[in-house]
Structure formats: structure tokens, C-alpha cells
Design a protein around this ligand. Structure first.
Ligand code: NAP
Length: 540
């Protein structure tokens, strides 16, 4: 610790929050309400988090909008009106701007500021937080709201620097409109981002070449404008809906029937799946209780979607290439608008880069092991270094200078208590951290639960004159083991995905998400709080 720090000549705050997305905005609101001097640091020049950066064509959320928002304020809920079931990114960003304006949040947010490092000083029991520009502030509480999927993964292809055309990653899309007209565009990646972008780019591009490594299941979103009556009903049922989503498994008011897919005859199942397909959205995955637990049950829904792909795609060879084989739902279940239909267009081609991997980016395009494709533009829809990527982008050091990255061995052995706290890092809280259920559902619901729990915890500490709080080692070991055991009882861990870290070369550690569902997780967190933060170490 430098003498400057010791002399306390730096700005002293009660709390510092990193990120001004859904998490950071609400955390700021709650801490300010509680009377804490708080500053949010945000790398972008405005609020929005992922919705600030993900401006790619077709970007939409995959949870129905009337549930994809805050529910902490009935007034806010009733003042805002969503246009459609799955609104596009500009509308979600507009919503977050509306929230920031309504609660005058911007005055405590420092934009254009990236946090480089944060270290805990045991003498003062404070966090010293350093920006990339050299500013230092101290805070009693250090809270990360950095998102689970916000550190873009641009694969380290040989030759990218030599490419003469334009290239973009979906998660860092420019503010200006990207002009695809007449261009030969290549897109790498067919996850949620690629599946949304492909139909939109294809409408404009001269030719679109899709470089697909793993074929994906996708279900029609069946997006539509909301009627006035539907919105009125949602607003009238605010309290009931809020209660339902908060108790639900995935942050949406959907409860899977307590029935195995194998209990129905093939004809009965077909009817159930067909109805869910027609409704659009996430219903297919919730058609039966065991689709994510039992291989045979999963095969029933997986083969249903495969047959839909073959019905939609006209060319049987392209349909074959698009046919996924993994267990449906073990990668994020994707919703689309005309994704498979897009392969019927004459200006779209599909390249299987599992069969012939990309060898390099050349100055003119992409070269696979068996061909070179000339391109004017490359779109990377290649995903993110999920869960730990954004935490590790900051050099976070706890007691005795121990680094979070080293403690978790670069992600190979993440250890948290409830996904919120980790031993050795007192008064640090992670909103939707690894080993929380967050990314397996409707994020704002997960975020609100964490923010409220953290705010209540800080309230408790202040009222009980506790200086610090951190997870006990034995509790985090137990929580991490519990998370792994639960995950291993499902099909999630049997498939490689960004959930397991397999998308990032060299990243080990496996599946670091709590699969028990939002509602049960909320109950666990509430019990811990009710027992005076059982499992946490507190110092007076
Ligand atoms: P993703 O699901 O990780 O998909 C990345 C894609 O890039 C995959 O098809 C992957 O192939 C491919 N890829 C990666 N590296 C490659 C390489 N070296 N060569 C060839 N292909 C490569 O990423 P994402 O689509 O950005 O989605 C990430 C998550 O963000 C989603 O799961 C979801 O949670 C969230 N998201 C949500 C929405 C929404 O709400 N609608 C929209 C966008 C994103 P492999 O499958 O073979 O690895």
C-alpha cells in the first residue's frame, strides 16, 4: 500500500460498484436509498451493460419483455410499456436509460472508466480501487456487476491483422449502422448471437457465408406486437406476476408439468411439442420435467426439433449439415426469427468448419483446410469468456495480496459461497457471480435477487456494527461441491459449451452454475440471511 493510500488522500466512498447494466443500476439505487455514498464505474459512455454493446442486427432478448425488467418498483413497471414480446436491443437500451433518468442514477456513475485493479487493505478494512486512467478511490464495499457474458471471445485466428476488409464482434458492435449492402459477408458462430444476426444480415448482404462449427437447435420466437389489453393485464397483475417469477425455476412464470417425457406415448408427446412449438419461446424445454435430466427423454424433444429443421430447410444436404446432435437445452436454448428459413435463400451458404476447420484469416477472407472464401467483411459471433472472464479482466486482490484469478487458478477451481462471496475477499460481493443460477434463466430476476440480498446484508452489517463479512472456507467448499453434484445429475455437464468454459482454449473448471433454479436458490439465500448470515465470517 503506498503512502498516498495510507494518508487517505484518495476519494473515500462507502461502496464502489463496477458496471452500469441491469445489475449496477439497481445496486446503485438500493445503496443510495440506504444512505451509502456510492459510485458506479462504467467502461462505456452510457448505461446499458450488454445492451449498450450488443447492437448487432437482430439483437433481442430471449425472455418475454413483460418479465424482462425490474420489478422492485411498481411505479416504474407501470410507467414503462413494452412494444412487443421480444423487443429489439434499442428498446431494451431505451428502457435502461428510462430507469437511469427516472431515478437520476447518472450523477453517481463515472462513465468511460475501466477498472484495472482492486485490492483489499487489511489495516483500514477498505478496498482500494484503481481505474485504467490512474485514479484511485477507496470503498468499504466492493461490488462487481460486470455481467456473466460480457468479455468477448475473438478466437486467435492466424492472420486476422492482415484482413483488408471490416470485421466486428457482435458484442462490440459499432454505434453507426454497418452497411452490408452488396458485400460478401462471412459470419463465424451460430450461438444465440449468430442465430439472431444471420437472418438480418442475409436480407442485406450481397452474399452471406455462415461458418458453422456446431449445428444448433433453435425454436421460433414467434415475436409479435403486444395488444393494449395484454399490457394492461400485465400491469394489473404486477404483484401476482412478480411473485410468480421470483418463485419460479428460471425467472419466467412457467412451471414444467411433473411428468416425464417417457410417460407419454409418441403421439401424445408430438402433440405437446407441437403446441409448444406453435406458442414459440421457451415452452418446448419446459414441456416435461426430465428433458434436461434424462438422455432418453431429451432425445424425444431433440429429435422433434431435428425433424422441424428438415421440414423447413429445402435442400436436404444443407438440412443435414444444420442438424444438431447434442442434448437440446444443454447449451442456451435459442429463439429465432426465420433462422432455418434463411438457408433457403440463394445468397446464403453454409460451411461446416468442424469438418474443415478455419486455418487462417487471409487478407482477402477466410481459409479453411479445404478452401478459401473471399470476403469483404467478417462478423465474429464467437461468444464470450463466460462467468469468470470479466472478473479476471480486473486484477482483484484480497487479504494478503491473494489474487482472485490465482485463488481460482484461472477459473479451474472457482470457489464461492452462493456465487456471491469468496473467502479471502472481505466485503466484496459478486452480482450473478459464478456458482449462482443467473445465466440459466431470465437475468433481471436473478439480478434483483442478488442486489436485494447484498443490500440487506450491508444493512445488517451496518446495524450490527460489523466491519467485514466474507464466506467461510468450509461453506464455500460445500457450496461449490453442491453446485458440481447438482450439475452432474443433469445433462448440462455432458456437453461442451460456454457454460462449461470449453469455448475458451485452455479454460478448465467445468460447469460453474447452480442448476437448482432461481426459486429454490432464493430460499437458500433467504435462510442464510435469516440465520444471521450463517456460513459467513464477520468481524466487529
Ligand atoms: P456462443 O453461444 O458461445 O456461440 C459462439 C459460436 O461461435 C458457437 O457457434 C461456436 O461454435 C462458435 N465458435 C467459437 N469459436 C469458434 C472458432 N474458433 N471457430 C469456429 N466457430 C467458433 O456465443 P453467443 O451466441 O454470443 O451467445 C452467448 C450467450 O449470450 C448465449 O448463450 C446467451 O446466454 C447470451 N445471448 C443471449 C441472447 C438473447 O437473449 N437472445 C442473444 C445473444 C447472446 P461451437 O458451438 O462449436 O463452440
Amino acid at each position: 500500500m503506498t503512502s498516498l493510500h495510507k494518508n487517505n488522500q484518495v476519494n473515500q466512498l462507502d461502496a464502489v460498484v463496477i458496471g452500469a447494466g441491469f445489475s449496477g443500476l439497481y445496486m446503485l439505487y438500493r445503496l443510495r436509498e440506504a444512505g451509502l455514498t456510492t459510485r458506479v464505474y462504467e467502461a462505456a459512455d452510457d448505461v446499458g451493460g450488454v445492451w449498450y454493446w450488443n447492437r448487432y442486427p437482430g439483437a433481442k432478448c430471449d425472455s418475454e419483455s413483460i418479465y424482462y425488467n425490474y420489478t422492485f418498483s411498481e411505479e416504474l413497471y407501470k410507467e414503462w410499456t413494452w412494444s412487443s414480446r421480444y423487443p429489439a436491443q434499442p428498446e431494451i437500451l431505451e428502457y435502461l436509460n428510462f430507469v437511469a433518468d427516472k431515478f437520476e442514477l447518472r450523477r453517481d456513475i463515472q462513465f468511460n472508466t475501466r477498472i484495472q485493479s482492486a485490492e483489499y487493505d487489511e489495516e483500514s478494512n477498505r478496498w482500494f480501487i484503481h481505474t485504467k486512467d490512474g485514479e484511485t478511490v477507496t470503498a468499504k464495499y466492493f461490488i462487481t456487476g460486470v455481467g456473466c457474458i460480457s468479455t468477448a471471445n475473438v478466437p486467435n485466428f492466424k492472420g486476422l491483422d492482415s484482413f483488408k476488409g471490416e470485421w466486428y464482434h457482435t458484442g462490440h458492435w459499432p454505434h453507426e449502422k454497418v452497411d452490408f449492402r452488396g458485400k460478401r459477408v462471412g459470419i463465424i458462430g451460430t450461438g444465440s448471437s449468430g442465430v439472431q444476426a444471420i437472418p438480418e444480415i442475409a436480407k442485406e448482404a450481397g452474399h452471406l457465408t455462415v461458418f458453422q462449427r456446431t449445428p444448433q437447435y433453435s425454436v421460433p420466437a414467434k415475436n409479435h406486437l403486444y395488444s393494449k389489453e395484454y399490457i394492461e393485464e400485465a400491469k394489473a397483475n404486477f404483484h401476482e406476476n412478480k411473485k410468480k417469477v421470483r418463485a419460479s425455476l428460471g425467472g419466467l412464470p412457467i412451471t414444467p408439468p411433473d411428468k416425464s417425457a417417457l410417460d407419454d406415448t409418441p403421439e401424445e408427446r408430438e402433440k405437446v411439442f407441437e403446441e409448444a412449438w406453435e406458442k414459440g419461446g421457451p415452452y418446448l424445454l419446459f414441456s416435461y420435467s426430465d428433458l434436461l435430466a434424462n438422455e432418453e427423454a431429451n432425445e424425444t424433444v431433440s429429435s422433434f426439433i431435428r425433424s422441424k429443421i428438415h421440414e423447413i430447410v429445402e435442400d436436404p444436404e444443407i438440412a443435414r449439415k444444420l442438424t444438431p446432435t447434442y442434448y437440446y437445452g444443454t447449451k442456451r436454448a435459442i429463439l429465432d426469427t426465420n433462422y432455418f428459413e434463411t438457408y433457403n435463400r440463394s445468397n446464403v451458404s453454409l460451411i461446416d468448419v468442424k469438418q474443415a476447420p478455419i486455418e487462417e484469416i487471409t487478407e482477402n477472407g477466410i481459409r479453411t483446410t479445404d478452401s478459401e472464401y473471399e470476403l469483404d467483411m467478417i462478423v465474429f459471433a464467437t461468444g464470450y469468456d463466460g462467468m469468470t472472464g470479466s472478473l479476471f479482466n480486473m486484477d482483484i486482490r484480497g487479504r494478503d495480496g491473494i489474487s482472485l484469478k490465482e485463488k481460482w487458478e484461472n477459473g479451474a477451481s472457482v470457489q464461492t459461497y452462493l456465487g456471491i462471496s469468496t473467502n479471502g475477499f472481505p466485503n466484496m460481493f459478486m452480482i450473478t457471480g459464478p456458482e449462482s443460477p443467473s445465466v440459466l434463466g431470465n437475468m433481471p430476476v436473478a439480478i434483483e435477487q442478488h442486489v436485494e440480498w447484498i443490500a440487506d446484508c450491508i444493512d445488517y452489517l451496518r446495524n450490527h456494527e460489523k466491519e467485514t463479512i466474507e464466506a467461510k472456507v468450509e461453506e464455500e467448499v460445500a457450496w461449490s461441491n453442491h453446485c458440481r453434484e447438482l450439475a452432474d445429475s443433469t445433462l448440462y455437464t455432458k456437453v461442451e459449451s460456454w457454460y462449461t468454459g470449453a469455448n475458451i482454449p485452455g479454460k478448465a473448471g467445468g460447469f460453474q452454475i447452480y442448476v437448482g433454479g432461481y426459486g429454490p436458490y432464493r430460499e437458500k439465500c433467504e435462510k442464510v440471511a435469516a440465520k444471521e448470515y450463517k456460513g459467513f465470517l464477520m468481524q466487529s
